[in-house]
Each structure stands twice: as structure tokens, then as C-alpha cells.
Design a protein around this ligand. Structure first.
Ligand code: ZN
Length: 191
């Protein structure tokens, strides 16, 4: 299966209202120095071939592509590019999952309780302070964090997962959100 088909197949399982509200979020792959990324405003849960933009994985190529007309690459492209430059090829899934975002507003870390999540990610995820979406500062902070971690959670924004394959990136995204939902529901019952 080619890379576009793999991405379409795996992301179709992530419910758009929960993970990508209002046509938000973005997905990319980097291999052999090229970036494949969703265009601005794509519906990630219902992607088709025409939603992808392809260019060299560099800031300069992103700016050229942006000015060149046609499909506009995601505004978070600089973050994806910086992450691949620092960590090597793979896949990035960026989502805005509702429970993870709510928890990020109230805590400094998200504790992972399920065995599956602990095995794959670790005991907890540190929450990165809020930084303007699409900014170079956010790109710098998240790409540095992803050098040593597979999952970054930015306060009041969302999740960035960088993995070696798309299946794993989607799975980790779901696991984190399921944990956040559990913590949220328990806090409601306890209050
Ligand atoms: Zn975002």
C-alpha cells in the first residue's frame, strides 16, 4: 500500500468531531527528504488523494509551495519540517482531542494509567505551556520535545505524535485521549 493510502486507511478510524473539530489538525510523512502533508482545512477523517501536498522537506520549499498557488500546505508545516530535521523520517499526527485539551488546561502533566499506554508511551506526558499555533516558537519547542518523546501535548491546543509508522501514531493518539477522558470523567464523579 502506498503512503497516501496508508494514511487515509488509518486516519479514517479517528472520529473527526473528537480528534479534528472544525476541519483542524494535520498529518504528514517524511521519507527520502520529501514531505507529504495535508492541506489547510482538510477533513482528516475523510481524506482523499487531493488533500495532500508534496514538496522537499525544508522551510524554503514550504514558502515556495505556499506562494506558488494551488493547495495550501498546512500552516503547521514548519513544525513538521523541524521535527523531521531533528528526529529523522516517519509520520506525524497532529490532533485537537477534546478531553486531552481540557486536561491540559488544568494540569502540568497527564498521567497514563492503562497498561497499553504505559507500555507504549510511559508513565506520564509533560504538558508544554501554551504557545501561539503556527508560530516558530511552537515549532521549536515541540520539535525539541519530540527528540526524546513520541508524544507532545501542548496546553490548550492539542497533541503531536511522531512515530515510525502511521498505525502507531494513530494508536498513540487514541490511547492518550482515552486516558484523558478517563481522568476527566473520574474528576467529575469525585467533585
Ligand atoms: Zn493545531
Amino acid at each position: 500500500m502506498n503512503i497516501v493510502s496508508q494514511i487515509i486507511d488509518k486516519t479514517s478510524n479517528l472520529e473527526s468531531g473528537c480528534f479534528f473539530p472544525g476541519y483542524s489538525g494535520n498529518i504528514s510523512n517524511c521519507s527520502e527528504g520529501y514531505l507529504l502533508i495535508t492541506s489547510s482545512g482538510s477533513n482528516i477523517s475523510k481524506l482523499s488523494k487531493k488533500d495532500f501536498v508534496f514538496f522537499r522537506c525544508s522551510e524554503q520549499s514550504f514558502q515556495l509551495k505556499r506562494r506558488g498557488g494551488g493547495q495550501e500546505p498546512s500552516s503547521e508545516s514548519p513544525l513538521h519540517i523541524k521535527t523531521y530535521q531533528k528526529t529523522g523520517p516517519g509520520f506525524i499526527v497532529h490532533s485537537h482531542p477534546e478531553y486531552s485539551v481540557v486536561i491540559s488546561q488544568k494540569r502540568d502533566s497527564l498521567k497514563l494509567r492503562s497498561e497499553g499506554a504505559r507500555d507504549l508511551i510511559g508513565k506520564e506526558i509533560e504538558i508544554i505551556p501554551e504557545i501561539t499555533a503556527g508560530s516558530i516558537d511552537l515549532a521549536e519547542e515541540v520539535s525539541n520535545y519530540l527528540k526524546n518523546n513520541e508524544v507532545a501535548l501542548v496546553r490548550n491546543h492539542g497533541l503531536f505524535v511522531k512515530s515510525i509508522n502511521i498505525e502507531r501514531a494513530c494508536k498513540l493518539t487514541e490511547l492518550v485521549e482515552r486516558n484523558a477522558k478517563q481522568i476527566y470523567l473520574e474528576s467529575v464523579i469525585d467533585s
